[in-house]
Design a binder for this molecule. Sequence first.
Ligand SMILES: Cc1cc2nc3c(=O)[nH]c(=O)nc-3n(C[C@H](O)[C@H](O)[C@H](O)COP(=O)(O)O)c2cc1C
Length: 142
Amino acid sequence: MKKVVIIYWSGTGNTESMAAAVMEGAKIEDTNVRLLSVGEAKIEDVLEADAVAFGCPSMGAEQLEEAEMEPFIESISDAVKGKDTILFGSYGWGNGEWMIEWQERMEQYGAKILVEGLIVNNMPDDEGLDKCKRLGEILAKA
Ligand SMILES: Cc1cc2nc3c(=O)[nH]c(=O)nc-3n(C[C@H](O)[C@H](O)[C@H](O)COP(=O)(O)O)c2cc1C
C-alpha cells in the first residue's frame, strides 16, 4: 500500500483547511494517508512515506513559520532526497515569494517536486479547495 503523509503548520486554520483537502484528494484506493501537524511529525514519518506534502503559510517577511516549521524542514533535508514532494500554503498580502524560495530550497535538498507549490490567498474558497484535492490526487498517483 502506498504511504502518503501530509505535514503542516497553521496559525489561524487556513493552511489547515488546505491540508484537509489535500488529504481528501489523496484518499484513493490502496493509499494510506496520514495528516500530521508539524508538532506531531518526526523525521521517520517522512522517511517511511512514498510521497509527502508540506504545508505552511507565509510568515515573518515571506518566510516559513520559524518556531516549528523552519527547524522541521531543516531537519528533513536528507530525508526528502529523491522523494515525491508537494508544497502548499496560504498567504495574506504578499506575492508568494516564500513559496518560490521554499520550493528552490527543497529542490536543492534533492526533493522531487511533482507540481508547482500551491498558494491560496487567506481561507481557501471552493476553487482553492478543489486545487488542494487535485494536489492530493497527484501525490497519491505519483
Ligand atoms: C506574523 C505574521 C506574518 C505574516 N507574514 C506574511 C507575509 O510576509 N506575506 C504574506 O503574504 N502574508 C503574511 N502573513 C499572512 C498569513 O500568511 C495569512 O494570514 C495566512 O492565511 C495564514 O495562514 P494560516 O491560517 O494557515 O496560519 C503573515 C501573518 C502573520 C500572523
